[in-house]
Ligand binder design. Structure first.
Ligand SMILES: *[C@@H]1O[C@H](CO)[C@@H](O)[C@H](O)[C@H]1NC(C)=O
Ligand SMILES: *[C@@H]1O[C@H](CO)[C@@H](O)[C@H](O)[C@H]1NC(C)=O
Ligand SMILES: *[C@@H]1O[C@H](CO)[C@@H](O)[C@H](O)[C@H]1NC(C)=O
Length: 399
């Protein structure tokens, strides 16, 4: 790993090296690979969570022009007390947000809630209404980082906790149901800690999650490894199942002393789990850097600079202070550290958010087009931005 990272050191101290490299089409997009660029042209719609009190969800274009936004002042409908108090909490979170129902709805972790909201700008009477809500200010859900729609109007929520019973809760998010203080849990999946990302795999009929095998905060007497796990979905019963054959541990565990100081208790945990458009490949980021996981091979197939070369050419470190001493006393550069969110469009462009070093969020989003990085949504405190659309090869459930 160190070897592959040394290439970055020269970049850091050689300002000219930051200038735009030769623009080459990404290898996977070359015509001989037969991957079609979508007819509607380059992808434009992006959804970004802006941390603040209150937080704001924003749908905007590549030039940061906001077309639609949502925050608690937009809510006029009556709400049950626990949902209302979650909406008006002091939480500044806009942690995750997902395109769903063909773009008619947005699912999000917002303030102290998990919400599903209408996105019908052409129909003001329904636009921005909450159709499902869950208060997460409790022992189980307070740290929930991620949501994902499942078939049959089900919503999966990662609990993002440290205990063996942490994992995924599944809810009925049908628009036909009234909003209630405590929506019943349809299914509880235990055994994956610190889940930070979920992604539905339509082709494989599986929910993929990334988390850790032991407590990421160091409260277990063993180091925590990053894990990618697939949970097969049974359309007949509507239930996910646990099958150890689909549990894949990262090749190594890592301390994060380089960033957080000598003897820091937390282990490196996965941050985001993202599909490569039109390929059976998932990319996963953690506190150290990027890994690629091939679903057909059922194995990790690339790491660090290889992932950037293959899938994210034009990725650049966003601050020049990402280096320090690890637990073994070695000096390391971590240019790919803390990619809290990233998202790849079928047209080859991609987004990423790298938190500021020793902080939890960034203050803009990077957009890379044809190998050139642009800063967008500057000045917003951001954990994640995602393309607002159905990623080719990775459609969200139809119902
Ligand atoms: C969810 O609620 C809707 C509306 O009541 C109902 O038709 C559907 O069967 C429910 N789904 C599950 C999985 O319980
Ligand atoms: C998974 O990949 C690693 C190298 O990345 C290799 O050593 C290992 O043999 C592979 N395992 C399988 C089951 O293919
Ligand atoms: C983001 O924060 C860093 C560190 O405080 C600062 O140097 C930079 O100018 C900020 N950028 C934006 C776009 O606000």
């Amino acid at each position: 790993m160190l070897g592959s990272l040394f290439g970055w050191v020269s970049l850091l101290f050689e300002p000219l090296a930051f200038q735009v490299p030769l623009i080459e089409p990404q290898p996977r997009l070359k015509s001989e690979n037969g991957i079609a660029i979508p007819v509607q042209g380059p992808w434009q719609d992006i959804i970004t969570g802006h941390y603040a009190v209150p937080p704001v969800l924003k749908i905007h274009d590549r030039n940061s022009v906001v077309k639609w936004s949502w925050q608690r002042e937009d809510v006029t409908q009556p709400l049950p007390p626990l949902i209302r108090s979650g909406l008006y909490s002091g939480y500044n979170d806009a942690t995750d947000m997902k395109w769903m129902r063909g773009g008619r709805s947005v699912a999000a972790v917002y303030s102290a809630l998990v919400v599903v909201i209408n996105h019908t700008p052409d129909r003001p009477s329904t636009d921005k209404k909450i159709t499902f809500a869950l208060n997460r200010a409790n022992d189980v859900l307070h740290n929930a980082h991620t949501i994902e729609p499942l078939p049959g109007d089900r919503l999966a929520v990662g609990t993002t906790g440290q205990r063996p019973w942490d994992g995924i809760l599944v809810y009925n998010m049908s628009e036909a149901l009234p909003i209630v203080d405590k929506p019943p849990v349809l299914q509880k999946i235990e055994g994956l800690r610190a889940i930070h990302a979920l992604i539905w795999d339509e082709q494989g009929q599986m929910l993929w999650a990334t988390g850790t095998d032991a407590a990421a905060d160091g409260s277990d007497p063993i180091p925590a490894y990053g894990v990618i796990q697939g949970y097969p979905f049974d359309a007949e019963t509507g239930l996910l199942s646990i099958d150890e054959a689909y549990r894949f541990r990262f090749p190594e565990y890592y301390d994060i002393d380089t960033e957080w100081g000598c003897g820091y208790s937390w282990w490196a945990g996965p941050h985001d789990l993202v599909p490569v458009p039109n390929e059976r490949v998932l990319l996963v980021s953690n506190d150290i850097g990027l890994h690629a996981f091939d679903i057909d091979e059922m194995n990790f197939t690339a790491e660090y600079d290889e992932v950037v070369e293959k899938y994210m050419p034009g990725f650049e470190v966003t601050t020049n202070d990402r280096h320090g001493i690890n637990r073994q006393g070695e000096y390391v550069e971590l240019p790919q550290s803390d990619l809290k969110g990233f998202s790849l469009a079928p047209d080859g462009s991609f987004l990423y958010t790298q938190s500021l070093w020793r902080l939890f969020r960034g203050n803009y989003t990077s957009l890379v087009v044809d190998g050139v990085r642009h800063q967008i949504m500057k000045g917003n405190e951001i954990y994640r931005s995602r393309w607002f659309g159905d990623i080719d090869g990775w459609p969200k459930p139809k119902t």
